[in-house]
Design a protein. Structure first.
Length: 218
């Protein structure tokens, strides 16, 4: 069971280490640990989530109070509270795919917080959930939350490889430089073979049954 504590502590060096060490010494696993300032000068707020049984909750709270710099401990496990998780996801994005990625992020209430020439940084917040999607098929995206499952039918982007192919054609014509070289292409091919090995493991042709000494296999 996950036990959530909110600690108000003195804003001094080493306090966070003492709190985490206390939990570790008692053989409890810390699921989440965040620290921030409060409205009171010199006081910090620690939100601590511990995987422990309900009987241990009071013992952990009592031990936290033994630390000199701990001012107050609150157990929010049984108290109505708002829980939100934060994720920052960096996604490769070209000029041609950027709009589609931003539209997809908007479907899941994500927010673009940084834009680079070849990538986007997306911020997404929410409660516990699970996102499932098909890598090679066209099945709908499945979002599972405590409120129930929800599906999104999102078409695959069209011509996603066209910008790279065009840059290769331009390089062969002497009109530019392709970012992908033979070396990077071989490395990517080896990585993709290793990733897809489980997916295509049932195939019996010579390529997928090549010797294990081949660079793309372990």
């Amino acid at each position: 069971m996950l036990i959530t504590y909110v600690l108000h502590v003195d804003d001094k060096p080493g306090v966070l280490n003492r709190v985490s060490s206390l939990v570790r010494r008692r053989d409890y696993n810390i699921e989440s640990l965040t620290v921030g300032h409060t409205a009171e000068a010199g006081v910090s707020r620690i939100t601590l989530v511990v995987d422990a049984n309900p009987e241990a909750a009071h013992r952990i709270e009592a031990n936290l109070y033994k630390l000199v710099h701990v001012l107050r401990v609150e157990n929010l496990t049984e108290v109505p509270a708002v829980y939100r998780h934060l994720a920052l996801i960096k996604v490769a994005a070209s000029v041609d795919t950027r709009t589609q990625i931003m539209q997809l992020a908007d479907v899941f209430r994500g927010r673009v917080v940084d834009v680079a020439p070849d990538s986007l940084m997306i911020e997404i917040t929410g409660t516990d959930g699970r996102l499932s999607l098909s890598t090679f098929g066209s099945e709908p995206v499945l979002l599972e939350t405590p409120q129930g499952p929800e599906t999104f039918d999102l078409p695959n982007p069209t011509h996603i490889q066209q910008p790279l192919i065009q840059s290769l054609v331009n390089a062969l014509r002497g009109q530019g430089q392709c970012p992908s070289t033979g070396e990077t292409a071989a490395r990517t091919s080896c990585v993709m073979d290793a990733v897809l090995d489980d997916y295509y493991g049932g195939r019996d042709d010579a390529f997928w049954n090549r010797p294990a000494t081949w660079p793309g296999r372990k």
